[in-house]
Design a protein around this ligand. Structure first.
Ligand code: ADE
Length: 239
């Protein structure tokens, strides 16, 4: 899978997506990331990419030409037609399900917005979908783009170690994860729940399921209605 990210700040990305799990996945060739400086595509002699808004008002608006040129140039080098995403607080909210959905595309181009906005003709004539990472306004789309790339790329086969993928299978059901503990058994008077020390795998599994439901029910009850529950989980909830 390949992501091409169009941004005014390409240097922001390597610190986050050049290390750890995604950094390793790139080295293994599972995911390819390319960062493109929008100014490189401007036909203006001063490499301008923004201008004043028609109709007046504060702030600058990102122009069509550099963004259209960037998407067209990048697309020329691709075998498949890319899926074009604009990071924007006006988009649909990003979720785990959306990350899974994006796996269907071999090529994704992400446009990071900046300034007060972006010429609407980019949205109407170029963009397949707008994605927001939450109901707040960032100074630019870069942090949002990193979240989308990270959450999507980690789902590609071979990116996570087997034991982590197992967790995805278990919690791909839309529930929050159960509490985890590691050594020591006691820290500042707080003990690891006895059941986890019992070695009784079946009971541990049951306990984890219950904890997962309890966490979700108390912290994010809104998730329960969309979760895909087993009969056993339904039974626990109905008690
Ligand atoms: N750009 C500015 N705010 C954003 C948000 N919440 N999500 C995606 N892109 C953005």
């Amino acid at each position: 899978m390949r992501f091409d990210i169009i941004t005014l700040f390409p240097e922001m990305f390597e610190a986050v997506l050049g290390v750890s799990i995604i950094g390793r996945a790139r080295k293994k060739g599972i995911v390819e990331l390319n960062f493109h400086n929008l100014r490189d595509y401007s036909q203006d002699k001063h490499r301008r990419v923004d201008d004043y808004p028609y109709g007046g008002g504060l702030g600058m608006v990102m122009q069509c030409q550099p963004i259209f040129s960037a998407v067209e140039k990048i697309s020329e080098g691709l075998n498949d037609k890319p899926h074009v995403i604009l990071m924007s607080p006006k988009g649909q909210t990003f979720t785990q399900n959306k990350a899974k959905e994006l796996l269907q595309y071999n090529n994704i181009i992400i446009i990071c917005g900046h300034y007060e906005g972006i010429d609407q003709r980019v949205v109407d004539g170029l963009v397949d979908e707008e994605i927001s990472i939450g109901d707040y306004v960032l100074t630019g789309g870069e942090i949002a783009a990193m979240a989308v790339v990270d959450a999507t790329a980690r789902l590609l086969p071979g990116v996570l170690k087997e034991e982590d993928s197992y967790n995805i299978e278990t919690f791909g059901n839309g529930l929050l994860e159960y509490p985890q503990y590691t050594r020591p058994v006691e820290f500042r008077g707080m003990r690891v729940p006895e059941i986890l020390l019992s070695g009784h795998h079946e009971n541990i599994e049951k306990w984890r399921k219950y904890q997962s439901l309890r966490e979700t029910y108390t912290k994010r009850p809104d998730l329960i209605k969309n979760a895909v529950l087993t009969k056993e989980e339904e039974d626990i909830l109905s008690k």
